[in-house]
Every structure is written in C-alpha cells, then in structure tokens.
Ligand binder design. Structure first.
Ligand code: ZN
Ligand code: ZN
Ligand code: ZN
Length: 321
C-alpha cells in the first residue's frame, strides 16, 4: 500500500529555537531564503506537494551574488535541511523556509497603511464614537466616550486590539479592517479553545481568572478588576508563547455548539460585527462563576438556549441545550 503520510527524516528534525536563530542570523543566508522565495522555489501549494519550483546551485549563487564558491556553499549548507531542501531539480525552500519568508512578507511595511481616524461603528458598550489607530503594527479600536473593555490591560477606551500585518490593511477601509481583525480574533480563539495554537500547532493551555468582588455593567469598570467582565479566559501556547486574554463569554462563543446555535439564530460568530458580538454578550449571555468545583457556567438565551460549564482550564465539562 502506498504510504500516505511522509515521515520526516531525523536530520530534518531536532533544530532548537536557539539553533534556528543562529542559522538565520546571517545576511547571506537570509538572502538565500529571499532569492528562493522571489524565484518561487518552494511547494506551490501548502497542502499538496506535486508542484515545486527549484533553482540550481549556480543560478542560486548568481542571484544571491556571492562570487566565492566555497563561502556560498558554506552558508547554503547551514540552511539545509531545516530551511532549504536539496532536490534532484535543485534547491528550494522547505516548509520552514517558506514560513520564514511568509513571516517577513507579512510584517513588511512598504505599504500605505494610514487607516487612522473615525470608524463607522458604535461602541458596543456605550454607543459612543469609535476611532482606529495603527502603531507598531498594532491595530487598535477605541471608544471615545467610555473606558472600553480591557480595563488597565490596554489603553483606556480599547475595544479591540491586536497585532495586524501591514499588507492586510492595503485596500481596506477602517470598517473593513475592523471586520478583518474581528474575524482573525475569533478564528484564533476558536482554534485555541480547541487546544491548538494557530501559530505553531502546539497544545494551548487555558485558565480562568475571576474577580471575586466584581461589580460593573458593560461600559463601566469594576473598581476591583478595572474591567466590565467578572471572568476572563487566559489561553496560551507553551511553545511559541502565542497568548490571548478575553472575557469568558467570548471564549464560550468560540466553541462549536455555540457557534452553531448562534448561527441558526442569525449571528455568525466567526464573522461578526463588533455590535453583533457584544449584543450577544450584553443581552443574551448569563455568566455564573462557581467555586466548587472552580469554573464558570455560560448560558446563552436562557432555558431555550445552550448552556456550557467550563472548568478552571476552560475545558467544557458539561453541555446542555
Ligand atoms: Zn464606549
Ligand atoms: Zn471586577
Ligand atoms: Zn504556539
């Protein structure tokens, strides 16, 4: 029988983060990655592997513009096999090499990304005007009237705040950018609530933090925790340290039973408007913190709806509805 899954050779494994940083910390080697990327020397698709471009040694050396054959070979050999693969057709980027190139492309800022200004949306907490700023590749939506949703964990008034690649803003209005950031946020959250890191596929650990003295309505901050929400979910990847901290109501809304329930009733949790998302949180979700065992019960639409019990690690331990 034909083998369906390719088993990586041991020599292609086993590079530590420190070794990978050391290998890539050289201009010539990064230039090799750049040239292979520009030449399309990698698997064309990220799901099938029957089409891949490649460059011959001599052509690659010519394009990287290194005269010394020995020196070029030395640097190229450092990249093989983790970032560059040698094949019968020539050299191409490995999956890891392609990912490095993609990351550089995603963070490159040669684009006109001036999106700052007012957004045609209302604050979900107080109805105030919303503005957007883009600094240090963080896209931040802020209410001009209330304290926002994150308390002291983000600048006052913050409604939504996430790193956003500059190319993703090209050709997008502030409203499009808001929709795109919400989509990315909910998709990442969906993956993390399934225990999978969207960046590196490692296991994600969840933990619940609760304000014991909580007293606040949406749009106002509790004097104790300084946020409008009593219970927060902390989700983090122990490998690449990708992490999110969001109200537990949103964490619950990223689980398939709730996604399906709300979709059937007109709210697409995966592509919501800011207002739709928080309209659900504000008027359709009841959150009850439990001490023994420690956890939280999130009920959507009361007795006719769906009720989930999450434990202190944000794992679903009971589902009704
Ligand atoms: Zn507001
Ligand atoms: Zn509180
Ligand atoms: Zn990760």
């Amino acid at each position: 029988m034909e083998e369906r899954w390719s088993v990586p050779t041991t020599e292609a494994n086993g590079v530590s983060p420190e070794e990978a940083f050391a290998i890539l910390g050289d201009e010539t080697r990064l230039n090799i990655v750049r040239v292979l990327w520009r030449a399309g020397a990698f698997h064309e698709y990220d799901d099938v592997d029957d089409t891949a471009g490649a460059l011959s040694f001599s052509e690659l050396r010519r394009r990287v513009d290194v005269d010394d054959n020995g020196r070029f070979n030395y640097h190229l050999s450092k990249l093989v096999p983790h970032f560059v693969r040698k094949t019968d057709e020539g050299y191409r980027l490995s999956g890891g090499g392609k990912r490095i190139a993609r990351t550089v492309v995603a963070i490159s800022g040669e684009h006109d990304v001036d999106v700052a200004g007012e957004v045609d949306a209302a604050c979900p907490a107080c109805g105030g005007d919303v503005t957007v700023t883009y600094e240090d590749q963080w896209l931040r939506f802020t209410c001009t009237r209330c304290d926002g949703l994150f308390g002291d964990a983000a600048p006052n008034g913050t409604l939504l705040n996430a790193p956003f690649p500059p190319p993703g803003l090209v050709g997008r209005t502030p409203e499009d950018a808001l929709g795109t950031e919400l989509y990315r946020c909910m998709l990442d959250l969906t993956s993390m609530m399934q225990g999978v890191c969207p960046e590196c596929a490692s296991a994600v650990r969840g933990s619940l933090s609760v304000c014991d003295e909580h007293d606040a309505a949406l749009g106002q901050s509790c004097l104790t925790c300084r946020t409008p929400f009593a219970a927060w979910g902390d989700l983090r990847c122990g490998t690449c340290l990708f992490a999110k901290r969001l109200p537990v109501e949103l964490c619950a809304m990223a689980l398939p039973p709730v996604i399906g329930f709300l979709y059937a009733r007109g709210t697409n949790v995966l592509a919501p408007s800011l207002d739709d998302l928080f309209e659900v949180v504000r008027s359709r979700v009841t959150t009850t913190v439990t001490d023994t065992p420690p956890g939280v019960v999130v009920a959507i639409d009361g007795d006719d709806g769906v009720t989930l019990t999450l434990d202190e690690h944000l794992t679903v331990v009971d589902l009704a509805g």
